[in-house]
Write a protein that binds this ligand. Sequence first.
Ligand SMILES: Cc1cc2nc3c(=O)[nH]c(=O)nc-3n(C[C@H](O)[C@H](O)[C@H](O)COP(=O)(O)OP(=O)(O)OC[C@H]3O[C@@H](n4cnc5c(N)ncnc54)[C@H](O)[C@@H]3O)c2cc1C
Length: 510
Amino acid sequence: MLEQTFILTPEQAQQMERTYRVVRRSVDARQRQLRVQLSLLCDPHGQLVPLDAPIPLYEKPVFKDVHADQKGEVVIVGAGPAGLFAALRLLQEGYKPILFERGKAVSERKVDIARLCRNEGLNPESNYCFGEGGAGTFSDGKLFSRSKKRGDMQRVMEWFHYFGASDTVLYETHAHIGSDRLPQIIRRIREAICERGGEVHFSTPMDLALWNEWKRAQRPVILAIGHSAHDTYRMLHAEQVTMSAKGTAMGVRVEHPQELIDRLMYHLQHASLQEVERVTQLVGHAAYSLVTQVKTADGAATRGVYSFCMCPGGHILPAGSQADGCVVNGMSNSLRNSPYANSGIVVALQPEDYAPFRKEGVLAGVAYQEALEHLAFQHGRMPSVAPAQRLTDFVDGRSSKTLPACSYLPGIVPSRLDEWLPVTIGKSLQQGFRDFGRKYVGYLTREAVIVGVESRSSSPVRIERDRETWQSLSHPWLYPVGEGAGYAGGITSSALDGIRAAEAIIQANR
Ligand SMILES: Cc1cc2nc3c(=O)[nH]c(=O)nc-3n(C[C@H](O)[C@H](O)[C@H](O)COP(=O)(O)OP(=O)(O)OC[C@H]3O[C@@H](n4cnc5c(N)ncnc54)[C@H](O)[C@@H]3O)c2cc1C
């Protein structure tokens, strides 16, 4: 099929979208005049294809029934995007996936998360990181990836759509599902796996007993544990699974009133509130992506400071998995309709930065992460109230006597993050925020608050695997995948990584 691309005003774009089949859509807010780039499907004669044309959106995936007939069993540890998409790919080829997940099914997990948000304590096995769908289930559900392989990414979008995501995931450049829609989609994926003969075992962590059983059997095991299972990392390290330390990024989450961000990003500083609302109804609330380089403490080099997982119209949430740590992250619902805009602002760290924890060897980054999370916990209030500071007070090195309203449900308490964050992170963030404030005048405001700490942007460890076979370098029956293995970051790339590991296993059995 062919396509034609148009650069349109938001009003024109809305009209076209209601009439014709869209292939790709992106909003360009770089110029004063907002523009929407729209690619529309056309037939071989160059005619635009109407929205209701009887042409399938894509070829529906077929997942085989493996109750009676199967090519073999594959164990998968972890039911996050990497594990679930690996299971689906295996089913397509007639393999039986057997998933082991330490957390609970979505419906039970919701109960634990509601308690956590009411500040009634964290269940270390059932929270925003652990349970059916992994960290992806109550995530923001932004489906972007830096992967250049459009075809592969499209397959992930099509499967999300097949299991219930809206049509927009098929064509939006910045596709978004939302935390309110993801749980049903994840549940449907699990139901599809089980209906066709796969197995999903909840509240069943891979422990030493299971590990030893699989080690004896030497049959393929896909390891899709995410980056929060520190106990599992330690177990794997003790079992001499080859790992290496890798860089990551840590910092804080910043929250502004969404209206302020809409005005800044859409060049509407002096517009009436009605005009801001009109524009956001057409193109959605504004997001941002900020990056700068700041000098290191000794002035000898530079270090990246950047925004991470920006959530327009969203909420900050407690995203830790250990009772003595305070970790924050962000999400938004499909309508992105909260009055707040939050984003992680993180500082790039390299393995050299973990030096104070070098006795932990390759797990030094994990120890650094835990120490930072514990520090935030000590400066917050038990069990999940998070330490916070007005953005301007943080940058100027002052205490905040009061805090602005914040979306973080367990609550925030004033704290001197400028004083207790490690210098590497604190000073870099101060410089970074100053740079962002120069670029977007109004971004540095008393109305913004920073909440600590955003420490789990990616894994500080890589579980090494062979580039060709995807097998662990030390344990050839093990296939480390997804974010926890250090090969992916985010839902789409983790799902893709899971698919590719499944394909490596299928290939090896041909
Ligand atoms: C609040 C929040 C918002 C986010 N928003 C976005 C977003 O908008 N877009 C985006 O792309 N990414 C987002 N992310 C990140 C995204 O969720 C992860 O990148 C993705 O889920 C990683 O997938 P994964 O399958 O590799 O690991 P995970 O999703 O972490 O899944 C790993 C699973 O393994 C299980 N597990 C761990 N150890 C064991 C064990 N020993 N035995 C059995 N099971 C085990 C865990 O319980 C978990 O369910 C967000 C994350 C959070 C927390």
